[in-house]
Design a protein around this ligand. Structure first.
Ligand SMILES: Nc1nc2c(ncn2[C@@H]2O[C@H](COP(=O)(O)OP(=O)(O)OP(=O)(O)O)[C@@H](O)[C@H]2O)c(=O)[nH]1
Ligand SMILES: [Mg+2]
Length: 230
């Protein structure tokens, strides 16, 4: 087995309310990085993370699963934790061994009780944290409303790094605020990705969000600010 130096290892926990999409995101990450060559689905009971028969039958995660992938010469260990509150012990123990927590929130439903409960644990451990606003293909998706809610209820430090170019049933693309490009995805499981200039009607919004991102970075760390400009 390939050996990695400590600086080339990242440990991430996916946390959040039940059914927000943590296991599906894990599966997509494994597929995108080439760790698996067929993408599993919760409905088909064939995801890498929910392998236990009970998880397959109930279509929920019960225990935290440890997954791994390689990306840019870095080993990424992912702990996919259950969202159902009975299993919160799995979230608590996972957060003790991770460097970063990623909270997955449903775009249409917004911040839910499980989002707040698991976020409280992150605050206790003082871990760095990020948020994924997921299910932006839902017809009731309201990305920016959910973002504002997360800012109000989780952390005022949150800033957007990418947003859906068009949310709802026609979702195919995101605007990446770091690359300043629009990134479009092919059909599910195709790995087809295309980069284009940000369309005119979204450019002003992207510029404004990028300014907010830079301000936040500058506010928090001078070294990071220099790195960002490099
Ligand atoms: N349309 C749509 N469905 C999604 C998306 N992400 C997940 N789902 C579906 O949402 C349901 C829950 O997904 P999971 O990946 O099991 O969510 P989870 O957060 O791991 O759930 P627990 O582990 O039980 O907390 C499944 O039916 C998924 O197929 C998404 O981005 N879009
Ligand atoms: Mg799950």
């Amino acid at each position: 087995m390939k050996e990695y130096q400590a600086e080339a290892i990242r440990n991430i926990a996916l946390i959040g309310h039940g059914g927000s999409g943590k296991t599906s995101i894990s599966e997509s990450l494994l597929f995108t990085s080439g760790e698996i060559n067929r993408i599993g689905k919760i409905e088909e009971g064939n995801t890498t993370s929910d392998y236990n028969q009970n998880e397959v039958d109930r279509r929920i995660s019960i225990a935290a699963s440890l997954l791994h992938l390689e990306w840019a010469n870095t080993k990424v260990n992912i702990l996919d934790t259950p969202g159902f509150p009975d299993f919160i012990g799995q979230v608590i123990s996972s957060l003790h061994v991770t460097d970063l927590a990623i909270s997955v929130i449903k775009s249409a439903e917004g911040v839910e009780v499980g989002t707040e409960q698991t976020w409280e644990l992150v605050k206790k451990t003082k871990l760095p944290a990020a948020v994924i606003i997921n299910k932006v293909d839902n017809e009731h998706s309201k990305f920016f409303e959910t973002f504002q809610q997360a800012k109000n209820r989780l952390s005022s430090d949150l800033v957007v790094v990418s947003f859906p170019a068009k949310e709802g049933l026609n979702f195919t693309s995101v605007v990446d605020i770091v690359k300043m490009k629009m990134i479009s995805y092919g059909e599910f499981g195709s790995k087809k990705v295309t980069e284009e200039e940000i369309p005119g009607d979204l450019k002003a919004q992207a510029d404004k969000l990028r300014e907010e991102l830079i301000e936040k970075i500058a506010e928090s760390d001078e070294a990071l600010m220099n790195k960002f400009f490099e």
